[in-house]
Design a protein. Structure first.
Length: 149
């Protein structure tokens, strides 16, 4: 019972013993490790919950009553959820290709895909007839902010 690592989440796994630190690795290996890892379930969950929290707060600005808030939140979720899931799927699908790019290009690609996802969400609202004056610029700018942690 003297082993303090029993409850620790950090374990010395045989596959990680003797590996180099991130600073000692070549640039192309470091860049691969920094790419958005949207293929992980936890990252997907955090991204969806974060976007849904933003939608809930944004819906408060356009609602005069609790029922209006729920209705507004449902409409915004109908645009935001498919958009964020499309972004997550695209980044996961291009993970290897993004990993070979320089870090700045990875961020640029992630931001560019975010803009496209935001425009896609706005397009869904327009297609369903739920947005009379489509906020294209605002939707693209909101897509820039979608980055899972």
């Amino acid at each position: 019972m003297k082993d303090s690592r029993i409850l620790s989440t950090f374990q010395d796994l045989p596959s990680t013993l003797g590996t180099q630190s991130l600073e000692e690795m070549p640039e192309h290996i470091r860049a691969r490790d920094r790419v958005f890892d949207t293929c992980q379930v936890g990252v997907v969950l955090r991204a969806v919950l974060f976007v849904q929290a933003i939608v809930a707060v944004a819906a408060m600005f356009g609602a005069a009553s609790p029922v209006g808030w729920i209705t507004q939140m449902a409409v915004l979720t109908g645009a935001a959820l498919p958009a964020v899931l499309a972004w997550l799927l695209c980044v996961c699908a291009f993970k290897r290709r993004l990993g070979r790019m320089p870090v700045r290009a990875q961020w640029a690609a992630g931001i560019g895909l975010g803009v496209l996802a935001g425009l896609y969400g706005c397009g869904l609202l327009v297609l369903m007839g739920l947005a009379e004056a489509a906020p294209w610029v605002g939707s693209g700018a909101a897509g820039v902010q979608r980055r899972p942690g």
